[in-house]
Ligand binder design. Structure first.
Ligand code: SF4
Length: 348
């Protein structure tokens, strides 16, 4: 059903209780934590929810597209309270922004750090009963039974597991010191055993980082146990957070895909779609700002480096309009360009 034709119904119990809480945190400006909709290879047209509002993560991955993690933590908190996010989501629904295939919990880091993620899932489902709710996660907190319970209500969970080799894990994912790879592995398996929804596993490979035979063998065994509904093996296609991160070779990707039983084509060929930030490409314009393309582009590339073509697709604008806005922003010093292989990426 087209997004703008969904009726605005009376909020149900979960939504009402969230809307009552944290009134002081409510929006002063609309659409601060909701992005898109954006096209995702795995989810279709997806509306992204930012549950963190800042670069807060349990990892500081070499390849992260939104830059180094500012707050490396395992502390769970209502970083963006459910009441705040659901109020914004209700406003987006009321404004209408076209059809969507999924609502995706992500953010500028690890969304399960937000203790309100279960309430946000429940509230999103009340607002959009016909739209699947998805969660992007780096899997790091799934060893916590409460986190597993919190996200069990999602229709799709997209966990990542880049390596099961401890040295590679520390080198590539650069976790919080308290994180334990074996516990994460067990947590993901435990989540799978009690989860009724669909599970899409993602493995991101870096050249010289985790593209080893040892990792391939461990992941092969793990996938047999986990039995995900889908596996994607990808590599970075944009500048990462840290210099030295390099994309894995095509033949390595092919070898891992064959070993892990990848059947579906990976999103955008070999490209990383991201754990959280990559799902949040385009800011939904507030009322009256729909034509402010430059502001939307500036907001979007601040969160994630993108090409002009990517922005054009995500924002539904012609390439010529997007390029003109980018040129103006670059002249004003609001964005900068960076070449990665054959492509030019813009960042805030
Ligand atoms: S890629 Fe994902 S898990 Fe890694 S630092 Fe960025 S947000 Fe965190």
């Amino acid at each position: 059903m087209p997004y703008d034709r969904w009726p605005l119904s009376t909020p149900g119990a979960a939504l009402s209780s969230c809307l009552r809480r944290d009134k002081e945190d409510r929006a002063t400006n609309a659409h601060k934590f909701i992005f898109g909709p954006v096209r995702s290879g795995r989810l279709g047209l997806s509306l992204g929810l930012d549950l963190l509002g800042a670069r807060i993560c349990t990892f500081d991955c070499l390849y992260c597209e939104v830059g180094p993690t500012d707050t490396l933590t395992v502390s769970r908190k209502p970083y963006i309270p459910a009441a705040r996010l659901l109020e914004e989501l209700a406003a987006v629904k009321a404004a209408g922004c076209g059809p969507i295939d999924a609502i995706t919990l992500g953010g500028l880091g690890e969304p399960t750090l937000n203790t309100d993620c279960g309430a946000i899932i429940a509230g999103a489902k009340e607002l959009f009963p016909d739209v699947p709710v998805a969660v992007l996660t780096n899997s790091s907190l799934l060893s916590d039974p409460q986190v597993r319970r919190d996200i069990a209500g999602a229709d799709i969970v997209l966990p990542s597991m880049d390596t099961l080799v401890a040295t590679e894990y520390r080198r590539v994912n650069r976790p919080h010191p308290s994180m334990d790879l074996a516990a994460i592995r067990r947590g993901l398996l435990e989540f799978r055993s009690g989860y009724a929804g669909r599970l899409f596993l993602e493995v991101l490979l870096l050249a010289g980082g985790n593209d080893t035979e040892e990792n391939l063998e461990l992941l092969r065994e793990f996938c047999r146990e986990l039995a995900p509904d889908r596996v994607d093996v990808v590599t970075m296609s944009r500048p990462g957070a840290h210099p030295g991160a390099a994309a894995a070779a095509s033949e390595v990707l092919v070898r891992f895909r064959q070993a892990l039983g990848v059947t579906a084509p990976s999103p955008a060929g070999e490209a990383f779609e991201g754990h959280g930030p990559a799902a949040l490409r385009a800011r939904v314009p507030a009322a009256g700002q729909a034509d402010d393309l430059a502001a939307r582009i500036a907001a979007s590339v601040t969160r994630r480096p993108q090409t002009a073509q990517g922005l054009s697709l995500a924002l539904g604008q012609t390439l010529a309009d997007v390029q003109a806005a980018l040129d103006t922003l670059e002249r004003d010093g609001a964005v900068r360009r960076e070449r990665a292989g054959e492509e030019i990426f813009y960042s805030g």
